[in-house]
Design a protein around this ligand. Structure first.
Ligand code: IPE
Ligand code: IPE
Ligand code: MG
Length: 240
């Protein structure tokens, strides 16, 4: 039954709880991240199956750069390993890989290997998988402001020409639609600096499940809940 649902076009996920998942098992945090990578695999596949067109995953935030260096190294290593191992599946499933964030702040070798996979998967038309890396919503807004200021300084744009559309044109992935549904695992009820501009009318869904435990059924539950919501965008409710 659930498979017949019309899925949201764009789902964004704050994949949280890897550390607590490991801690609950007396394991090092790194093993929680490793289990989290398995969940990524499951959810990418499930999103493809149900017809989601864009999946944005918050993989490493701007503020996560303040974690201990050993944990960051581990996360970066896992990311590279994951993407290397998953490239054939991405290609087979016609999934296009993209990235948003201040990539210049990340290890160059990791970014280079991700860029190669982006090039190889550029023709994927079934789904776009966006990894948010070194990403912060405020940092993105600051970067947009800088670009617009530079255009004004060069006389290419007049200040009064800056409207929502002009601003959105300078986002990291300006061609992508705003997320329809934002899922956060591990029960935390906050955005943690994710997609601040883009999520102004996104439906929020928080589940207590820790990210490594998140399954396709959990995804379908989130989609079913989304389908029951009424998105009003500030207007009055539709009657009927
Ligand atoms: C999410 O899990 C993964 C990243 C932030 C990279 P956490 O590492 O934040 O796990 P908790 O919140 O400590 O359980
Ligand atoms: C948000 O999780 C970032 C990612 C999932 C990549 P955090 O664990 O960093 O967020 P806080 O610190 O609980 O707000
Ligand atoms: Mg966390």
């Amino acid at each position: 039954m659930q498979d017949a649902l019309k899925p949201p076009h764009h789902i964004a996920v704050i994949m949280d709880g890897n550390g607590r998942w490991a801690q609950a098992r007396g394991l090092p945090r790194g093993l929680g991240h490793r289990a989290g990578a398995q969940a990524v695999r499951r959810i990418v596949e499930a999103c493809c199956e149900v017809g989601v067109k864009v999946l944005t995953l918050y993989a490493f935030s701007w503020e996560n750069r303040d974690r201990p260096p050993a944990e960051i190294r581990e996360l970066m290593g896992l990311l590279e390993e994951f993407i290397r191992r998953e490239t054939p599946t991405l290609l087979a499933n016609q999934v296009r890989l993209r990235m948003i964030g201040r990539l210049e702040e990340l290890p160059a070798d990791v970014v280079d290997s991700l860029r190669r996979v982006m090039e190889r998967t550029a023709h994927g038309e079934r789904m776009t998988l966006v990894l948010a890396l070194g990403y912060g919503g405020r940092q993105e807004i600051v970067d947009v402001a800088r670009r617009l200021a530079e255009q004004v300084r060069r006389g290419l744009v007049q200040p009064e020409q800056i409207d929502e559309a002009a601003f959105a044109q300078q986002l990291y992935a300006p061609d992508l639609p705003d997320p329809d549904l934002l899922i956060r695992t591990s029960g935390e009820q906050r955005l943690s600096n994710f997609l601040l501009w883009q999520s102004s009318y996104t439906e929020l869904y928080v589940t207590p499940k820790l990210w490594p435990d998140f399954t396709k059924d959990d995804l379908l539950d989130a989609i079913a809940e989304y389908e029951r919501r009424e998105r009003r965008f500030g207007r009055v409710a539709a009657r009927g």
